[in-house]
Design a protein around this ligand. Structure first.
Ligand code: KG4
Ligand code: ZN
Length: 338
C-alpha cells in the first residue's frame, strides 16, 4: 500500500492549525491559539480573521518542518470549508487553494463537524476506534450535537442545541461568577472541590434529542443576583459549590439526552469530542454509563478533541482514498451542515 502524506488546515474559529498525516498517523499537529479574545470575553470575528492571516504561513511551515518532510512530498491539501466564522474560514480556504494550485495536487474540502467525529479514526496507541454504527456527541464552545454515525461519510444529526452550545453554558456561567474566559476549565477544577447538590438549577424542558442552554444561563444569573443581594460575599464564599452545582446540572442534561439517543437508536457505542469532553464530570459520567447502561465510550486524545488540523487531515486522508476531491472554485460555507 501507498504512503499518503496529507496537509490539513483548520481556521474555522480562533485556532490556526496545520497538521501533516502519513496515512492515518499524525506526524505533526501545530496549533496557534489566539489569546487576543480573552480580554473581550469571547471570540471577536474581525480579530480572529486578522490573526489567522498572520499565523497561517508560519503554522503551515512549522507543521511541514516538524513532520520532517518537504512540501513537494504532499499528496493533497485538506481544509475546513465550514461551519464557522466566514472571515476565519476564508483565510484557510484561500490559502489551501493557492498552495494546492501551486503544488498541482488535489484539494479536499472538509466539514468541521464531521472532522470532530472522524478524529476518532486517527491512529493513536492507547485509543480505540469506535465500531460502526456509533453515536457521537460533539460538545464545545461552538457546537452541541448528537450524531448517528453509520459510516465514515454517512452521518445524521439526531439532536442539537436550539440556542447556546454547552461550552458557552460553561463560559457564560463563569462570566456571571466573574471568572476569566474561557471559564470551562476553572469551573471544572472548582467543581471537584465543591458539593454538586448544594444548589438546584432547573433543567430545560426540550423534547426529543435537542438541547437548550440559554434558559439555564438566565436561571443561574437570577439565582446569583438574588443571593448576592442577600449576601454580597455569596460568590466568593460558595464558589466551589456553585461551580459544582452548575457542572452537575449541565452534565445531567448531556447524559439524559445520550440515554435517550441510545434508547431510540439501540446503539451503545458512544464517542465524544470537542473541548468540553475534557471535563472531569462528563468523563466520570460516561464511565458510570458503561457500568449502568452497558455503554462503550470513546474519548479521543485531548489534542485531537479541541479544534485542530489533525482531524481535518484524517478526513482528508479518508476522502483521498475515495478520490473525493474539491474543485478549485469551491467556496467557504459558514453554515455548512453535516
Ligand atoms: O473545542 P474547543 O477548544 O473550541 C471550540 O469551541 O470549538 O472548546 C472550547 C470550549 C470552551 O467553551 C471551554 O470553556 C470548554 O470548551 N472547556 C471546558 C473544559 N475545557 C474546555 N468546559 C468544561 N470543562 C472543561 N474541563
Ligand atoms: Zn470545533
Amino acid at each position: 500500500s501507498q504512503n499518503i502524506y496529507i496537509l490539513g488546515i483548520e481556521s474555522s474559529c480562533d485556532d490556526t492549525s496545520a497538521s501533516i498525516l502519513l496515512n492515518n498517523k499524525v506526524l505533526s499537529n501545530v496549533v496557534a491559539s489566539q489569546k487576543i479574545h480573552e480580554e473581550y470575553g469571547g471570540v471577536v470575528p474581525e480579530l480572529a480573521s486578522r490573526a489567522h492571516q498572520q499565523n497561517i504561513v508560519p503554522v503551515v511551515h512549522q507543521a511541514i518542518k516538524k513532520a520532517g518532510i518537504t512540501k513537494d512530498m504532499l499528496h493533497a491539501i485538506a481544509f475546513t470549508r465550514g461551519p464557522g466564522l466566514m472571515g476565519s474560514l476564508l483565510v484557510g480556504t484561500s490559502f489551501a487553494k493557492s498552495l494546492a494550485f501551486g503544488l498541482n495536487i488535489p484539494l479536499i474540502d472538509v466539514n468541521h463537524m464531521q472532522a470532530h467525529i472522524l478524529a476518532h479514526f486517527i491512529d493513536e496507541s492507547g485509543f480505540n476506534k469506535p465500531p460502526f454504527p456509533f453515536l457521537a456527541m460533539t460538545i464545545s464552545g461552538g457546537h452541541t450535537q448528537i450524531v448517528k454515525v453509520t459510516n465514515y461519510f454517512e452521518m445524521e444529526v439526531i439532536g442539537e442545541t436550539l440556542d447556546d452550545a454547552v461550552g458557552e453554558a460553561f463560559d457564560k456561567s463563569g462570566k456571571i461568577l466573574g471568572l476569566g474566559y474561557p471559564a470551562g476549565p476553572e469551573i471544572d477544577k472548582r467543581a471537584q472541590l465543591g458539593n454538586p447538590k448544594a444548589f438546584q438549577f432547573t433543567k430545560p424542558k426540550v423534547d426529543g434529542l435537542n438541547f437548550s442552554f440559554s434558559g439555564l444561563k438566565t436561571g443561574i444569573l437570577y439565582f446569583i443576583q438574588k443571593e448576592v443581594k442577600a449576601n454580597p460575599n455569596f460568590i466568593s464564599e460558595r464558589l466551589n459549590d456553585i461551580c459544582a452545582s452548575i457542572q452537575y446540572t449541565i452534565i445531567g442534561i448531556l447524559i439524559d439526552k445520550l440515554k435517550l439517543a441510545s434508547k431510540h437508536t439501540g446503539i451503545n457505542h458512544i464517542a465524544i469530542g470537542g473541548g468540553v469532553s475534557a471535563n472531569s464530570g462528563i468523563r466520570e459520567a460516561l464511565k458510570k454509563g458503561e457500568q449502568k447502561f452497558g455503554w462503550t465510550t470513546y474519548v479521543p486524545k485531548f489534542e485531537y478533541t479541541t479544534d485542530n488540523a489533525a482531524m481535518i487531515a484524517i478526513v482528508g486522508y479518508l476522502k483521498f482514498l475515495e478520490h473525493d476531491f474539491a474543485d478549485q472554485n469551491i467556496s467557504a460555507s459558514a453554515r455548512l451542515k453535516i
